[in-house]
Design a protein around this ligand. Structure first.
Ligand code: AGV
Ligand code: CA
Length: 312
């Protein structure tokens, strides 16, 4: 039987590649997609999502819902621009039309409706902030029993996260920082959580050798799509900067199709909802359990996503 999955993403390059890859997984049924304007602008991210479903969805009927959520700490504008670039790729605009349906409801309501309608439990893949899930739980606490588990790209237990902003101490990861109170709300639920934190995503930076491998295979339209998308963001060359790109969300998505790429262990954690450390996730005996991903087989990961992307 196929695994039923709902994706909520925030329009970054690796978010949109995650959608593309989920559509390629034969044992996954994609039950819906929500798009939240955190690390993106909403309109191009929704368009790009629908175009990816049309171009690479092999006829799968997947609805896209736009979020009405707003965060507490906005993402840098430069990063949010990426969705415009993906949406404009000729590869996604060849047909000149968009067929994939736009849902009438807001993303958090769409999530509630998809879960309530489903006969089986659904795995939630969140690769941006948790705001839409927190809002869904608020209006419909009954959905908890329809959730198989939440697989979330977010958080870190490292001393330094990836937020470099005034009035913050740098201990948080961005998806948690955008809406720390949403993380708290989800932490307070009894949903099972797989946490793909920076500890593991730091092991999969975008590097030039990865790009070169995709370039060599660019005749394949799926590999070309990977190459074109990852041409928009800065790779790790000599040293890491605040803008260096990692395959954060793609690693998260890959664990759905191939769980043995990563190692997990249970830890207990709390989240700081406000103050100078807002968004910080911290190990604490008083916290709630999460299945924490702490290691990844880097080479197997890149081989897997490249094979999945191949169309021929
Ligand atoms: O913190 C990682 C999250 C992931 O969901 N995002 C990007 C991924 O989609 C925010 C982010 C952190 N650093 C970034 C980010 C950067 N250098 N460029 C763009 N986004
Ligand atoms: Ca993201």
């Amino acid at each position: 039987m196929k695994k039923k999955v709902y994706l909520n993403h925030d329009g970054g390059v690796d978010d949109l590649i995650s959608l593309f890859l989920l559509l390629q997984m034969e044992d996954v049924e994609l039950a819906g997609v929500g798009v939240i304007p955190a690390d993106c602008y909403l309109e191009p991210a929704v368009y790009a999502s629908r175009k990816i479903i049309d171009r690479f969805g092999k006829g799968q009927n997947v609805e896209v819902a736009a979020s009405t959520s707003r965060g507490k700490n906005p993402f840098p504008k430069d990063w949010r621009m990426h969705a415009f670039f993906v949406d404009a790729l000729p590869l996604l605009n060849e047909s000149g039309k968009i067929e994939a349906k736009l849902a009438e409801e807001a993303a958090h309501e769409h999530l509630v409706n998809v879960l309530r309608k489903s006969d089986e439990k659904v795995t939630l893949v969140f690769v941006g902030p948790l705001t839409d899930l927190a809002r869904a739980l608020e209006i419909a606490p009954d959905i908890e029993e329809k959730i198989e588990k939440l697989v979330w790209m977010g958080g870190t237990f490292l001393e330094n996260g990836n937020v470099e902003e005034p009035e913050h101490d740098g201990t948080a990861e961005w998806n948690a920082f955008w809406d720390p109170e949403a993380v708290k709300k989800v932490w307070d639920s009894s949903i099972e959580i797989d946490l793909i934190a920076l500890e593991s995503t730091n092991m999969v930076p975008l590097t030039t050798d990865v790009r070169d491998n995709w370039a060599a295979e660019r005749r394949d339209i799926g590999i070309d799509f990977l190459g074109q998308c990852y041409a928009m963001v800065p790779p790790l060359v000599h040293f890491q900067t605040n803008s260096t790109y990692f395959l954060w969300d793609v690693l998260t998505t890959a664990t759905i199709g191939k769980p043995d790429l990563v190692k997990k262990k249970e830890v207990k954690s709390i989240v700081h909802p406000n103050g100078a450390s807002q968004g910080k996730t911290e190990i604490s005996e008083a916290g709630r359990p999460v299945q924490f991903v702490y290691e990844v087989d880097r080479d197997a990961f890149f081989d897997y996503i490249t094979a999945l992307a191949r169309q021929e």
